[in-house]
Design a protein around this ligand. Structure first.
Ligand SMILES: [Zn+2]
Length: 227
């Protein structure tokens, strides 16, 4: 199993998208995006990449082919050699690994994804397909951290009954803390390989871009093998 949290370094994109942008919907040159996606696939020794089309939902798709997936915020596959790529620029990404089969998943969660619990939706899709919770392990990627993610108080209030663990204080949400709680309640272990996208210039950050176009990084995961 291979997994990589993507930063913005060492790609071929130019300008605002410099340089490792893997999103084809932000105005970047499609050929340069394709080159970066190909490089990301090579990081995880994959033959093809299924790319999430995030929609701030808890919709999960089981995929078996490369290309841009239908709109949704979770992807699951059990095809060896097919990578799953979740894009983000501040939102939380996570990979779900089944240590007892070829099944893998990824999810993407901003505040809407935590409220709708896309992490659990992704895990449940894997459980329904036959995975055991005791064999699943979540690896969280990069995201804006709880110190940096300032939101209106009314938004914080939306979490009080649904996922209080995501509340840092009256004006800050901690996406990763919320998702950790959502994963733990299902009996699934987890770790983080990510950093704060807002604080670290090596990552694309929607908030740091402050209205200017910017790229997307994310998390890519693949089970080794032939497609
Ligand atoms: Zn931060």
């Amino acid at each position: 199993m291979h997994i990589a949290a993507l930063d913005r370094l060492d790609g071929v994109s130019q300008g605002n998208f410099s340089s490792f942008n893997v999103a084809n919907y932000v105005g970047d040159d499609p050929e340069q995006v394709a080159s970066n996606v190909e490089s990301a696939a090579s990081f995880v020794s994959a033959k093809g990449v299924a790319i999430m089309s995030a929609s701030h939902s808890n919709v999960v798709h089981v995929v078996s082919d490369p290309g841009v997936a239908l709109p949704g915020d979770g992807l699951v596959t059990d095809v060896p050699g097919l990578a799953l790529l979740a894009l983000s620029a501040d939102c939380l990404t996570g990979a779900v690994i089944d240590q007892a089969s070829n099944r893998i998943g990824v999810f993407h969660a901003g505040w809407k994804g935590i409220l709708s619990n896309v992490a659990a939706a992704t895990i449940r899709t894997m459980l329904d397909a036959g995975s055991g919770a005791e064999h699943l392990h979540v690896v969280f990627g990069s995201r804006i951290c709880g110190d940096c993610y300032e939101v209106p108080t009314e938004r914080v209030d939306q979490f009080r009954d649904v996922c209080p663990q995501a509340i840092r204080d009256r004006t800050h949400l901690d996406l990763a803390a919320g998702a950790r709680a959502q994963v733990e309640v299902l009996g699934v272990s987890h770790e983080s390989i990510g950093a704060c996208t807002f604080e670290n210039d090596n990552f694309f950050s929607y908030r740091r871009a402050n209205g200017q176009p910017t790229g997307r990084g994310g998390l890519i995961v693949a089970r080794a093998g032939e497609r």
